[in-house]
Ligand binder design. Structure first.
Ligand code: MTE
Ligand code: MO
Length: 578
């Protein structure tokens, strides 16, 4: 028991917590590291994506020559006469034009997508590898824009992250995923809200008939339209009143397939959600979801490029008047409205990264506030164990800086014989436990997936003491609302690594202090002597090399007050179920 007036035993650890700036300081940030041109693995060979450029040009030229050639054939001319390119079902209705809500939503969609794509690429750059299998074993990627993982030295997931230019990534810095996620998730909310309102208004007005094909002849008509474009005799532009079948299909797929798929595959990457859907197998797995999520992003970019190209090739003035000025005809108004909106977009584009680096804490706090209800909901979903021995990952990425203190090296040398886990703060019984004592307590084993914020995941079997048992022994006082886990290790910059959890997290059935991994004693690399497993949160909250646990009523006096080392220094969210 702590004597009244005496310093609680965790005080020296707490004293080593470092304050952190409220903005990014480049001198306190991982140095930049360039990636490589993305490579795709086909068979066992790696191909640079630069091959797509000549391939694209070749396909384009081949397509046009084929189109011109086919167009001369009588059978093809008959086909085009029979299927002129617009589905028989899309009759010209009396409602011509785009209402104001649709024009605004069109612009907002683009505006939000710009933030989503840029912050999405930033998130990807934190683990610049994509997999089709459920593990993250180096060499099994289908795409990477980072070199092969070095085999001759320790290479952590953080070492692997690469820099993006500030005008592509948001905010562009290497390992700025904490900040990128606030943009990504906030703009997800805006984008999904915009999308839901769009769905609603689409079906409350006749506008849905523009993009929902009602007859199977949309397919031959789409082929016909494609042939007309490729043979450089474009079909008539009737965009003011109806779309041709190729447009109809492209818009339909984008609005009703790509967009929902982006949302679902995004959610499937969250521990709170994917942890409960493991029964879906690879379909519910984070890595497969991540790959599909990326392909949807590629579709949005491809769609936008083709869409904009055709807008300009098929009568720019008329098209811009339709979508930006809400009128038919040749007036310059469309150009003016379009120009103003592009300036707004460009300004936001160039403002976003510098703003994020200068006002990082603000971005973090605003994001946490906005997303608060969703984060609470995510945390309240109890995780489940759904994996079996055969699911265990053959490779498990390590992360973090190994503790390097004299004290820790001594502990390792004597195999943690003199290790004592200190538990104090707002508890009835301040206690110290040796590793032998912990091993003598009830043991719990669980096979779970670890979701690192950076994007990788790994399934492992963990064995240790349920936190519930520890709570019974130390008996937190009623005013204890949180527990801080202090590590022997430091964070990326100097200062003790720590993280704070709520009492609810500690009471979860799957929260354990693990001393075993995959049936063997926990290795130092993965957190020996003791690491936390709290399965409804991301990896960074699973403190490794635990030295002490302190129960608290509040955590704002620790470090920079954000509830953990990465929360303080890298602007991560304190609540991390997604
Ligand atoms: N003490 C300490 N614990 C830590 C970290 C760290 O840097 N220091 N990194 C965290 C992060 S970001 C992850 S993803 C996991 C990685 O655990 P692993 O190395 O066993 O994969 O540990 C977490 N615990
Ligand atoms: Mo992580």
């Amino acid at each position: 028991m702590t004597k009244p007036g005496a310093d609680p035993p965790t005080e020296p650890l707490r004293a080593n917590l470092t304050p952190a700036d409220d903005r990014v300081r480049l001198s306190h940030w991982p140095p930049p590291q360039a990636g490589i041109v993305p490579r795709i693995q086909i068979g066992s060979r790696w191909w640079s994506v630069l091959w797509l450029l000549p391939l694209g040009v070749l396909l384009f030229l081949a397509g046009i020559s084929l189109g011109l050639e086919l167009r001369r054939m009588p059978a093809v001319q008959e086909f085009i006469a029979r299927y002129p390119g617009t589905s028989s079902s899309s009759v010209i209705l009396s409602y011509a034009g785009f209402p104001w809500w649709l024009r605004w939503q069109h612009f907002l969609n683009l505006f939000f997508l710009m933030f989503l794509v840029r912050s999405g690429l930033q998130i990807l750059a934190d683990h610049p590898r994509l997999y089709w299998n459920v593990h993250c074993t180096p060499g099994t990627e289908w795409l990477r824009f980072q070199r092969e993982v070095p085999k001759d030295r320790l290479w952590t997931a953080k070492d692997d992250s690469v820099t993006l230019p500030g005008w592509i990534g948001l905010p562009g810095l290497r390992h700025s995923i904490g900040l990128a996620r606030w943009w990504h998730f906030s703009f997800d909310l805006f984008w999904v809200a915009n999308g839901l309102i769009f769905y609603l208004l689409l079906f409350l007005t006749p506008q849905w008939q523009r993009i929902v094909p009602l007859s199977w002849d949309v397919f031959p008509n789409a082929v016909s339209t494609l042939l007309q474009y490729l043979s450089l005799q474009f079909p008539p532009n009737e965009g003011w009143s109806r779309y041709n079948s190729l447009q109809q299909l492209a818009y339909f797929l984008t609005v009703f397939l790509a967009a929902p798929l982006a949302l679902v595959t995004g959610l499937l990457q969250a521990p709170a959600i994917a942890n409960r859907l493991a029964w879906l197998g690879p379909l519910g797995n984070r890595q497969v979801a991540r790959s599909i999520h990326f392909l949807v992003l590629c579709w949005f970019i491809f769609f936008t490029v083709i869409h904009v190209t055709l807008v300009f090739l098929t009568g720019a003035s008329a098209n811009l008047n339709h979508m930006f000025a809400g009128m038919d005809g040749d007036s310059p108004k469309g150009w003016i409205f379009f120009g103003v909106m592009m300036i707004v977009l460009a300004m936001a584009w160039f403002w976003a990264s510098p703003f994020t680096l200068r006002h990082s804490r603000l971005v973090q706090k605003a994001g946490a506030k906005l997303l608060g209800p969703f984060l609470s909901l995510g945390e309240s979903l109890p995780p489940r164990v759904l994996y079996t021995e055969k699911d265990i990952s053959p490779f498990f990425w390590p992360n973090g800086k190994l503790p390097r203190s004299e004290q820790f090296e001594t502990l390792v040398r004597e195999e943690f014989a003199s290790y004592r886990l200190r538990i104090d703060g707002l508890v009835e019984n301040s206690r110290e436990f040796s590793l032998a004592e912990l091993r003598g307590m009830p043991k719990q084993e669980q096979i779970t997936n670890q979701f690192c914020i950076q994007g990788w995941s790994g399934i492992a079997k963990w064995g240790g003491v349920p936190m519930r048992h520890i709570l019974e022994l130390v008996r937190p006082k009623p005013e204890a609302r949180y527990a801080a886990f202090y590590s022997f290790g430091e964070g990326a910059e100097s200062g003790v690594y720590y993280d704070v959890h709520t009492m609810e997290n500690l009471r979860h059935e799957l929260t354990i202090l693990a001393y075993e991994m995959n049936g063997a004693p926990l290795s130092v690399l993965h957190g020996a002597p003791l690491r936390l497993r709290c399965e409804n949160e991301l990896g960074f909250k699973q403190v490794k090399w635990i030295a002490a646990i302190e129960f608290l009523s509040d955590f704002t006096h620790l470090g920079a007050g954000q509830g953990g080392y990465n929360e303080d220094h890298e602007f991560f969210g304190y609540r991390a179920p997604i």
